[in-house]
Design a binder for this molecule. Structure first.
Ligand SMILES: Cc1cc2nc3c(=O)[nH]c(=O)nc-3n(C[C@H](O)[C@H](O)[C@H](O)COP(=O)(O)OP(=O)(O)OC[C@H]3O[C@@H](n4cnc5c(N)ncnc54)[C@H](O)[C@@H]3O)c2cc1C
Length: 523
């Protein structure tokens, strides 16, 4: 089993201390503060938590919790260290994992560490090829359908913003294991204690590659360009998956396909794997000048020691859909995140430095497909509906140029005449969003965005780009508590594509949980 223990250590006495420091504090300042507060000179320390307090614009500072160890400290004090272990034993059981995003990779990595024979199948290429394909897409408009912002090594997670926040409860041990693994793969150690940890897309590409090498050196099989197009089922059990190179059989199968692989969803549903519809969200991505966001949040265009200001906005009113910002990317870029040649989908990413001149975030309305279709929709209908909406945004410009509208024009019902500069690599095309999105969504977005303009000074100066449809899956696998598929004994559907997770950390944790269930069956 995956163990996460807090155990006592011997040696010096340890104290936990909370300190406040300026945004650009140095290590020396932190040490001085500890020494002064505890009245000691000799000590070692670790940062346990660090969060920015920006409630008062004139007094923005870090709140830092440190664990200090020193033989000079009086009294016993709490002492502990954290350890993780997945005990290895040769298990003679084979597992096939489909999809190399955070869910698939962490499931495969956990199983390999526990002694399983693991094959990881990814329909796209390795990360270096993916980087080239994306660069070529953005300069020529030629999309490679298995190698883009959604598909390829590391999944949607690789070219993401790399925010590692998650609101999912009860994943603290999995989270610790995932962060530990990322740090081993080269992630900055600060992710272990920052309240809003962020890897950045540039770091993620390196980490994903290092972890893949580690996985393969330990004996894992990682196959690229290996799309699973079919599955073989018999007597309520998965027998094999089929790729263009042939069938692969195994004792257990984990599908961690993300939520963009519509073809794979359809294949699984037609084969009898049970899914149902669930609430999801749809809307647009808004982009602003980062300096404007900094001014609104910090009262000044920049602050020493900080990269770029963030925001999170929500709006709720009876008779309207809830509207909220999501996946905010400070100092980032809006990206064409489609995996289909005939769809327009936007998303956001940033590098570790978060130093671009732009800030972007999804602004979406939470909705249930049944509300939009006015009937109880089946999963296949729901997928068709979403795909058609994504295609409508492509047909509007007949290209990856994004339908767009200035927020101020959207609120007044106007179509924008022109746009200021954007980070989006293709053109922005003036659009009337009323013609593109369902009425219910538009009504709610209008009220929500009006409210955001009141909450965040200058919000109306931004531009909206569409379509933002990937905040969460609109279908959900029918699973048992442990992630196993209700109807198929040895099949697990994990990660964002399962409809139970969203984001890097919760998807990765969902993959780890599926792996742990398989491990528990062969103890
Ligand atoms: C641009 C962008 C920015 C984002 N920013 C953030 C962020 O900052 N923080 C955050 O928490 N989340 C972010 N997300 C969301 C996050 O990336 C996803 O929630 C996460 O990657 C989901 O992990 P997953 O493993 O479930 O699926 P995915 O990462 O989607 O991986 C699924 C993989 O399965 C493969 N696959 C699918 N079907 C098949 C098949 N039939 N055969 C073989 N392989 C298949 C796909 O090619 C893909 O590589 C972002 C997403 C995007 C697109």
């Amino acid at each position: 089993m995956l163990n996460y223990r807090k155990s006592s250590t011997t040696g010096s006495t340890r104290r936990v201390l909370d300190v406040k420091l300026p945004t650009d504090f140095t290590v020396e300042e932190l040490k001085k503060k500890i020494a002064k507060k505890l009245g000691i000179k000799e000590f070692s320390y670790t940062i346990e938590k660090q969060s920015l307090d920006a409630r008062e614009k004139g007094n923005i500072h870090w709140n830092i919790r440190v664990g200090v160890s020193s033989p000079a400290l009086p009294g016993p004090g709490p002492r502990y260290s954290e350890t993780f272990s997945i005990p290895y034993k040769k298990r003679d059981k084979k597992v096939v994992v489909v999809g190399s995003g955070p869910a698939g990779f962490f499931a495969a990595y956990t199983l390999l560490t526990a002694g399983f024979d693991v094959t990881l199948l990814e329909q796209g290429p390795d990360v270096d090829t993916r980087v080239k394909d994306i660069e070529s897409f953005e300069s020529t408009g030629e999309l490679v359908e298995n190698s883009n912002y959604a598909f390829g090594e590391g999944g949607a997670g690789t070219f993401s913003d790399g925010k590692l926040t998650s609101r999912t409860k009860s994943i603290s041990s999995e989270r610790a294991f995932i962060f530990d693994t990322y740090i081993k793969g080269g992630a900055p150690e600060e992710i272990a204690y920052l309240a809003h940890p962020h890897l950045g897309s540039d770091n993620l590409r390196k980490i994903v590659k290092r972890l893949r090498r580690d996985f393969m050196e330990k004996g894992g099989q990682f196959l690229f360009n290996a799309k699973v197009g079919n599955i073989e089922l018999a007597n309520g059990k998965m027998q094999a998956v089929e790729t263009a190179s042939g069938k692969i059989g195994a004792h257990y199968f984990i599908f961690a396909i993300g939520h963009s692989s519509y073809e794979t969803y359809r294949m699984l549903i037609r084969k009898g794997v049970e899914f149902r519809v669930k609430p999801f969200a749809v809307g647009c991505r808004v982009e602003h000048a980062q300096e404007m966001i900094n001014l609104a949040q910090w009262g000044q265009p920049s602050l020493p020691g900080l990269k770029a200001a963030e925001y999170r906005l929500t709006f709720q009113k009876s008779n309207l859909l809830p509207v909220y910002s999501f996946c905010m990317c400070p100092g980032g870029k809006v990206v064409p995140a489609t995996a289909s040649k005939s769809a327009n989908i936007v998303n956001g990413m940033s590098n570790y430095s978060r130093n671009s001149a732009f800030a972007n975030a999804a602004v979406v309305a939470g909705v249930h497909i049944n509300e939009l279709l006015d009937k109880a929709a089946e999963p296949l209908e729901a997928l068709d509906w979403l795909q058609q909406l994504e295609e409508r945004f492509f047909q509007f410009s007949n290209s990856y140029a994004a339908p767009a509208c200035r927020i101020s024009d959207f609120l007044c019902g106007n179509v924008s005449a022109a746009f200021s500069k954007s980070s989006y690599p293709f053109a922005l095309v003036p659009a009337d969003f009323n013609e593109l999105l369902p009425v219910k969504v538009i009504e709610s977005l209008k009220e929500g965005i009006k409210n955001f303009c009141r909450k965040l000074r200058g919000f109306e100066e931004g531009v909206m780009l569409g379509l933002e449809s990937k905040t969460s899956s609109l279908v959900q696998a029918v699973r048992e508590k442990n992630g196993r598929c209700g109807a198929v004994e040895n099949l697990y559907i994990a990660g964002e594509g399962s409809g139970y997770a969203g984001g890097i950390v919760s998807s990765a944790a969902d993959g780890v949980k599926a792996a742990l269930d398989i491990i528990s069956k062969s103890e």
